[in-house]
Design a binder for this molecule. Structure first.
Ligand code: HEC
Ligand code: HEC
Ligand code: HEC
Ligand code: HEC
Length: 174
């Protein structure tokens, strides 16, 4: 009987390990899909109001607060840039794509077209999300608004903070 229990235990353990392995592998595959960055100027062509309101925030100048030396340190720039273009050009500061995700694929006229989106917002939002658009939840902020590696950390409250990201839009009630 004891032996039987042992076999069962080993079996259960094996299944658990296998299940963990499979999910880890699935997660890795999901992360392999990458999208390229385009930079805030490209978003500006269609989202002028959002661009203007963003320019007023500290996110737009988040790279400028670093000293010349700090600007070369990977451990600092991770949260003070948005990403890099395919040619390695650094996108300075927390630009649109630092929050909304790398936009080369979702900004496509097949997805972000005023007419098509308006006709079927649900489908187009779904397409955009599949093409790399990141939903704006607390998750998308706390990768930077965290204590870890951030000596200047200030208490972060998503509900209070989210309205400050596009101040102009909030003022206009858009
Ligand atoms: C890529 C990193 C990054 C992400 C993502 C990010 N932030 Fe920030 N945030 C910063 C940095 C860096 C500063 C400091 C900028 C400065 O002082 O110039 C900052 C400053 C702020 C401030 C201070 C006010 C201001 O405009 O300077 C608020 C509020 C804020 N962030 C809210 C948010 C919210 C809400 C989100 C998610 C929707 C978010 N942040 C996502 C890096 C980030
Ligand atoms: C994990 C993300 C992260 C890392 C890594 C990080 N920062 Fe920041 N930094 C922030 C955020 C977010 C803020 C805004 C304060 C807050 O809300 O936490 C900030 C604020 C600042 C500020 C203050 C700007 C102001 O207006 O008060 C300076 C200066 C700064 N960081 C320099 C650095 C330096 C130097 C390093 C590397 C040693 C660094 N940061 C690494 C996220 C980060
Ligand atoms: C710090 C993170 C952050 C940055 C940087 C940022 N956004 Fe946003 N954006 C948000 C959040 C959060 C919301 C949702 C606001 C809300 O629900 O109150 C939003 C909403 C939006 C919306 C839809 C809602 C609306 O009112 O129109 C658009 C479009 C948009 N952003 C475009 C942009 C563009 C373009 C840029 C760059 C010029 C940009 N965002 C920069 C976080 C960000
Ligand atoms: C060719 C024009 C165009 C470009 C370029 C573009 N967008 Fe859009 N975007 C739109 C249109 C049109 C919509 C549909 C909603 C609307 O009419 O505002 C939209 C929707 C969005 C939404 C969702 C708004 C919601 O309803 O919640 C976000 C977020 C967004 N865009 C961010 C960006 C960012 C970030 C970039 C740059 C990487 C970008 N867009 C580039 C035209 C564009």
């Amino acid at each position: 009987m004891r032996k039987f229990v042992l076999i069962l235990t080993v079996l259960a353990f094996t299944v658990a390990v296998f299940a963990a392995f499979v999910t880890a592998e699935e997660a890795a595959t999901a992360e392999e899909v990458t999208h390229d960055y385009v930079g805030a100027k490209k978003c500006k062509t269609c989202h002028k109001a959002q661009y203007k309101s963003w320019l007023e925030t500290g996110h737009a100048t988040a790279f400028d607060v670093l000293s010349d030396e700090e600007k070369t340190k990977e451990e600092c720039i991770v949260c003070h840039i948005s990403g890099k273009l395919a040619d390695e050009t650094v996108l300075e500061g927390v630009q649109c794509e630092g929050c909304h995700g790398p936009g080369k694929d979702y900004k496509s006229a097949k997805i972000m077209s005023k007419k098509k989106w308006k006709a079927d917002p649900e489908t187009h939002m779904k397409m955009a999300l599949e093409a790399g658009l990141i939903p704006q939840t607390e998750e998308s902020c706390v990768r930077c608004h965290t204590k870890e590696g951030n000596e200047n950390y200030k208490e972060f409250n998503f509900e209070e903070a989210k309205g400050k990201v596009h101040p102009e839009l909030v003022k206009e009630g858009k």
